[in-house]
Design a protein around this ligand. Sequence first.
Ligand code: 5RP
Length: 227
Amino acid sequence: MNPKELVGRKAAEYVQDGMVVGLGTGSTAYWFVDEVGQRVKNGELPNIVGVPTSKQTEMQARELGIPLAQLDEVNSIDLLVDGADECLRSMSGIKGGGGAHLIEKIVAENSHEIIWIVTEEKVVDYLGAFPLPVEVIQTGSWNIFRAFENAGMNPSFRKKGKDSLFVTDSGNYIIDLHLGRIDQPQQVAHELKTMVGVVEHGLFINYPNRILVAKNDGTVEVIEGQQ
Ligand code: 5RP
């Protein structure tokens, strides 16, 4: 079993019947959703409801027969399991490599418990080696791009294929910031949040309660946050 599959399937052990479950996005969350689907199929989870964080995850969950609801149809989410692109042991990280961080963050904000599932190379001492995704409104996005350039933030528009720009599920563009090392994530998050036209950035500060880390030796480490 590859490490992403191992940790994705392991995370499904935290799902109990009757829960409203946030379904993350990406190639690691894929395995979590797959395992939840198997458990629904074999009758272990007859009363769960899944809330997908992207169209891609919604499609996968639908095919697996997981009962679904949109966020606005549920009061809150009991457990969200999602991937991450980089994370700190202090429970922050970067998300949005798959371009779904806006909905992922909204779902996270409405979740009682959050588990991130990652492979071991994603656990880092400093954030920023992974380009920080920033979702921006299409109108005026070049102005935002230039503002990032002037601030020395090394922006690049996310592309889809060779010639088109990537468009998110919410119809926005993504500008990736190649920052190298983020010493003050709170400050960067604040600066981005105050820019008109920025919808959401991929810095998730103090989000997960628990991080499951798939190690290359086939074990899974559980990092617990402070309760
Ligand atoms: C999508 C995300 C993903 O969770 C993140 O990119 C990790 O993806 P993967 O498991 O494919 O490495 O934030 O927006």
